[in-house]
Each structure stands twice: as structure tokens, then as C-alpha cells.
Ligand binder design. Structure first.
Ligand SMILES: [Zn+2]
Length: 100
């Protein structure tokens, strides 16, 4: 009996709109990885200052548990080699698999 495979399958090449070329064309697809957090970015510094105490309630004091993750795809235009992201619409627990 084959094992149950509930991963989402996506083609490695899709035809979609490129905002740089302003045309539809072939794009290479891969899963976008989240870059490392920048501890010295402005937003992060502001947030840490707020968490220190003053200024009432602050969002993000408790860790928020969400069901599943929202996955991003990185699309690379074959014509101009520019990359842009696409967010998958739903939160899923299943992994995304890119097939040829
Ligand atoms: Zn392009």
C-alpha cells in the first residue's frame, strides 16, 4: 500500500505575469525561504522598547499560535531574471513539493 502523500504539488515552471517585463512569461518556481531576522532594524528596536514597560498594551507579548504556515513561492522570470514573491492563499500544515 502506498504511503499517504498529502503534500501540495506545484510545477517547477509556470506561466505568469512578470511586473518588470509587464508581460506573461515562464517563471521558475521555488519555495521562498525566510531570511534571518535583523535585530537592529527600526521595527524591531521600536518593538523591544515598547515591551520594556511603558505605553500600555503591546501586541505580540504572548506568542500567537497559528494553525499551519503560509508558504511563499519565489518566482524567477526567465526573460529578465528578476524575482518576485507569491504568497499561497491558505495556511497549510502540509509541505509544498515542487515537481519537474
Ligand atoms: Zn521579467
Amino acid at each position: 500500500m502506498p504511503a499517504k502523500d498529502d503534500s501540495m504539488k506545484i510545477k517547477s515552471e509556470i506561466n505568469t505575469y512578470c511586473p518588470t517585463c509587464r508581460k506573461h512569461g515562464k517563471h521558475k518556481v521555488r519555495v521562498a525561504s525566510k531570511g534571518s531576522a535583523r535585530p537592529l532594524s527600526k521595527g524591531n528596536r521600536q518593538h523591544r522598547r515598547k515591551l520594556r514597560g511603558y505605553g500600555g498594551k503591546v501586541a505580540g507579548e504572548k506568542t500567537v499560535k497559528k494553525m499551519g504556515k503560509r508558504t511563499k513561492l519565489m518566482l524567477e522570470c526567465i526573460r529578465c531574471k528578476k524575482k518576485h514573491e507569491r504568497v499561497m492563499g491558505t495556511r497549510t500544515r502540509s509541505k509544498i513539493e515542487i515537481k519537474a
